[in-house]
Ligand binder design. Structure first.
Ligand code: PLP
Length: 429
C-alpha cells in the first residue's frame, strides 16, 4: 500500500528520472513531456548544472527570513530577471508558487490604493475563463467554474467582477471596451486592479486577443486609476517566444508582472512579481512596509535555481528556440486538422499551443467534458504527456488540449511528439 495522497483515483506511473524532454518511470517506460508537466520544465529535465548550483547554495547559505535579511543571490537575481523581461526599474518580490504570486499582486494593488488615500478601492476585475491559482484568493480571482464551484461559499464574488473573454476575431481595441463598460457598472472608485493572462493558458487553450486589445486596456486602466496586473505565470520567461507574452502582443508595460513556472523551470519552487517603481515607492513612501509575507519567500536555494535556469535560457537562446520550434509544432498541428476535423481550433504562440476540440455534428465545443482527458490518457499510454483541460465555456463545456514541451526540444523531437499525438487522436476520435 502507498501512503501517498494522490490527486485522483486514477493509477499514476511512478517517475524516477528525467533527461531532456523525456521522463522515465520505475518500469523503465519513456514519456515525451509534451506539456513540460504543467508548462513548467522550460529548460528540460536533468540538467546537472542547476542541481550543482543549488547544492552549492544549500551548503553556503540555505535560508534567511525575508523580514531580517536579503541575500546576495536574491540581489543578483532580481536585477538579472528585471533586465531579462525588459522591466529594468521594477522590484522583484519572490514567493514559492504562482498562486502565492498572483495573490501577492492582488494584495499589493489593494495596499497601493490604501496608501494613496483611496481605501474604497478593493475590487479586482478578472476574465472568464481564467486561471490565477488554487489558493482561496487566487481561486476567487479565477474564472474557471469547475475548479471554483466547491469553494464559492468561502469567497466574496462581488469583490471579483468578471469580464468576458477576448474574441480574437474582433477588433482588439473595440473588444477591450468591455472593460470600460464593466468599470462604469462597478464604479471605478471601487476597483483596485484588472488582472489578466496575456495569453490564456490552463483555462482556455492558448487564447490571445487581437492586436490593439492590451494597448486599449492600458489606456482604460490609466484613465480609471487602476493597476494592470499581467499574470505571466504560464506565458512568461520565453515560452511565447519573447521574455513576456505581453511584449510579443503589444508595447504595453504592466504595473505588476506576475511570474512563476518557467522561472526555476521546475528545479525548485520559485515564483514572484515585478512591481513598477511607482507601486513600490507608494508603499515604501507611505506606511513603509508591504503587509504581507511568506516564510519561504526568496528562498536562496530556489533563487539559485532561478539564476542557473536564466543562465541556460540566455546562453541557449531558448526564447528564440520557442519561436522556431513553436512554429514547427503549430504547422504540424494544423496539418493534423485535415485528418481530425474535431480539432476545431489550433492556436497559440511560441511553445504555448492549444487545440480546441469540437463536436463535428454541432460545430460547437464538446458538450460533455471528457474527450480531452480521454485523448490525454491515450497519449500517455503511447508515451506522450499532454495537458488536457475542460470547462472553458461558462456552462462547463469546451474541451481542449494544451501543448507546451520544454523550450529546448529539438526539431526531431517535435516530429516524434506529433506522431505520438496523431496515434492518440486515432485511438479516441
Ligand atoms: N497563474 C497562471 C496563469 C497559471 O497558469 C497558474 C497555474 O497553472 C497559476 C497562476 C498558479 O500557479 P501555481 O500552480 O504555481 O500556484
Amino acid at each position: 500500500m502507498s501512503n501517498v495522497f494522490y490527486r485522483s483515483s486514477k493509477p499514476y506511473p511512478v517517475a524516477v528520472r528525467g533527461e531532456g524532454v523525456f521522463l522515465y518511470d520505475d518500469a523503465g517506460r519513456r514519456y515525451l513531456d509534451g506539456s513540460s508537466g504543467a508548462l513548467v520544465a522550460n529548460i528540460g529535465h536533468g540538467r546537472a548544472e542547476v542541481g550543482e548550483r543549488m547544492a552549492a547554495q544549500a551548503a553556503r547559505l540555505p535560508f534567511v527570513h525575508g523580514s531580517q535579511f536579503s541575500s546576495d543571490v536574491l540581489e543578483e537575481y532580481a536585477g538579472r530577471l528585471a533586465r531579462f523581461v525588459g522591466l529594468p526599474t521594477f522590484r522583484f518580490w519572490a514567493v514559492s508558487g504562482g498562486s502565492e504570486a498572483t495573490e501577492s499582486a492582488v494584495k499589493l494593488a489593494r495596499q497601493y490604493h490604501v496608501e494613496r488615500g483611496e481605501p474604497g478601492r478593493f475590487k479586482v476585475i478578472t476574465r472568464v475563463p481564467s486561471y490565477h491559482g488554487a489558493s482561496l484568493g487566487s481561486l476567487a480571482a479565477s474564472g474557471m467554474g469547475a475548479r471554483r464551484e466547491l469553494y464559492t461559499p468561502l469567497m466574496r464574488p462581488e469583490a471579483w467582477p468578471k469580464l468576458p473573454k477576448p474574441d480574437p476575431a474582433r477588433n482588439g481595441a473595440e473588444d477591450a471596451e468591455g472593460l470600460r463598460a464593466l468599470l462604469e457598472r462597478e464604479g471605478p472608485e471601487t476597483v483596485a486592479a484588472f488582472m489578466a493572462e496575456p495569453v490564456v493558458g490552463a483555462s482556455d487553450a492558448a487564447l490571445a486577443p487581437a492586436p490593439g486589445y492590451y494597448e486599449r486596456v492600458r489606456d482604460i486602466c490609466d484613465e480609471a486609476g487602476i493597476i494592470f496586473i499581467a499574470d505571466e505565470v504560464m506565458s512568461g520567461m520565453g515560452r511565447c517566444g519573447s521574455p513576456l507574452a505581453l511584449s510579443r502582443w503589444s508595447g504595453v508595460t504592466p504595473d505588476i508582472a506576475v511570474l512563476g513556472k518557467g522561472l526555476a523551470a521546475g528545479y525548485a519552487p520559485l515564483a514572484g512579481l515585478l512591481a513598477a517603481p511607482q507601486v513600490y515607492e507608494t508603499v515604501m513612501g507611505g506606511s513603509g512596509a508591504f503587509m504581507h509575507g511568506f516564510t519561504y519567500a526568496g528562498h536562496p536555494v530556489s533563487v539559485a535555481a532561478g539564476l542557473s535556469v536564466l543562465d541556460i535560457v540566455e546562453r541557449e537562446d531558448l526564447t528564440g528556440a520557442a519561436k522556431e520550434r513553436g512554429a514547427q509544432l503549430l504547422a504540424g498541428l494544423q496539418a493534423l486538422q485535415a485528418r481530425f476535423p474535431q480539432m476545431m481550433q489550433v492556436r497559440g504562440t511560441g511553445l504555448l499551443l492549444g487545440v480546441v476540440l469540437g463536436d463535428l455534428a454541432t460545430g460547437q465545443a464538446f458538450e460533455t467534458p471528457g474527450i480531452a482527458s480521454r485523448i490525454g490518457a491515450a497519449a500517455l499510454k503511447r508515451g506522450l504527456i499532454t495537458y488536457p483541460g475542460s470547462g472553458a465555456e461558462p456552462n462547463g463545456r469546451g474541451d481542449h488540449l494544451l501543448l507546451g514541451p520544454p523550450l529546448s526540444i529539438t526539431a526531431a523531437e517535435v516530429d516524434e511528439l506529433l506522431a505520438l499525438l496523431a496515434g492518440a487522436l486515432e485511438d479516441v476520435l
